[in-house]
Design a binder for this molecule. Structure first.
Ligand code: NAI
Length: 322
């Protein structure tokens, strides 16, 4: 399997857990780590540390700056590497800088990875980067390229646990809809604490107000507090998404950014977060037939429009393939 941006912060926070079996358990792991040329030397230091852990599950590690080597035969790719947004950079600038990376990596995945490869995009803007990668990954079904919204999902679980005093282990059916951005729609209207509807435990004002804004702006609050974006929690969410996609969720709902076929009015072809279940064979399904709260429905339409705008910007910049 492949990890990109492996010498970056999230890379450093996830590689050790990955090597210890966080996704594949006791199965031997062959890691291919991709970095830009200038970061390969630093990556070698990370590999020395991995070696020093003597993980019984870590069978081999390859480092490279060549996507063709990195993705050769890959069955799982965690696309973390991307340029972070710097001061004064607009969303369009970020899309342009990172879209180019994901277009090239999508193409390389199409040419060199296993045909049933699973690709998870963490690098931002994650949803549209996944769309761009999928448009270039010839021969790879769009369903096999997903985007990370699990961090938002886990943030929502934590907010509900704190508000209701119920442990996270009792909570289920929480949903993040839409884009991994401030327009995302955290939704607890279907959530349960044990068998009790969470809507019986919290007031509607909080459910549609502070709950939503706290989850959607949590990333900014963390930047403000620690002076840098989420790293440990983003690595944890990346591993949780990958683990559940590989092993299945046994009916449990998780939020995943996946290609829309028009579900809940989200235009087909966009990569949007939905409630999903994953079968033991790794095929995911959007939970269908939910009756959407009118406020949620309206916000979902707005976050979908933002995703359409991002897709149109990507098209204008020539970042979309066939
Ligand atoms: P970082 O800047 O510490 O690391 C990024 C790494 O990617 C760097 O080592 C860089 O050299 C590498 N890189 C850049 N271009 C590359 C390429 N073409 N091929 C391979 N590697 C490349 O950033 P950090 O903190 O690790 O974050 C990574 C990404 O994850 C960012 O885009 C960030 O916005 C995103 N993120 C996404 C979250 C989500 O919930 N979806 C949450 C938190 C961060």
């Amino acid at each position: 399997m492949t990890v990109t941006g492996a010498a970056g912060q999230i890379g450093y926070a996830l590689l050790f857990r990955l090597a210890a079996g966080a996704v594949y358990g006791d199965e031997p792991l062959h890691l291919r780590l991709l970095e830009v040329e200038s970061a390969v030397a630093s990556l070698e230091g990370v590999v020395m540390e991995l070696e020093d852990c003597a993980f019984p599950t870590l069978a081999s590690v390859t480092t490279t700056a060549d996507p063709e080597v990195a993705f050769a035969g890959a069955d799982l790719c965690l696309l973390v590497g991307a340029r972070p947004r710097s001061k004064g950079m607009s969303r369009g600038d970020l899309l342009e800088a990172n879209g180019t990376i994901f277009a090239a990596q999508g193409a390389a995945i199409g040419r060199h990875a296993s045909p049933d490869v699973k690709v998870l995009v963490t690098g931002n803007p994650a949803n549209t980067n996944a769309l761009i990668a999928a448009s270039h990954a010839t021969g790879v079904p769009a369903e096999n390229i997903t985007a990370l919204t699990r961090l938002d999902h886990d943030r929502a679980l934590a907010r509900i646990a704190r508000r209701t005093g119920r442990p996270v282990s009792e909570l289920s059916r929480v949903v993040i809809w839409g884009n991994h951005s401030a327009s995302q729609v955290p939704d607890l209207t279907h959530a349960l604490a044990g068998s009790t509807p969470v809507t019986d435990l919290v007031d509607a004002e909080w459910a549609h107000g502070a709950f939503v804004t706290d989850v959607a702006h949590r990333g900014s609050a963390i930047i403000e507090s620690r002076g840098g974006s989420s790293v440990g929690s983003a690595a944890n969410a990346t591993l949780a998404h990958a683990r559940d996609w590989v092993n299945g969720t046994a009916g449990r709902w998780v939020s995943m950014g996946v290609v829309s076929h028009g579900e809940y009015g989200v235009p087909a072809g966009l990569v949007s977060s939905f409630p999903c279940t994953v079968d033991a064979d790794g095929s995911w399904h959007i939970v269908e037939g939910l009756d959407l709260d009118p406020v949620v429905r309206e916000r979902l339409a707005a976050t979908s429009r933002e995703l359409e705008d991002e897709r149109d910007t990507a098209a204008r910049l020539g970042l979309l393939g066939a």
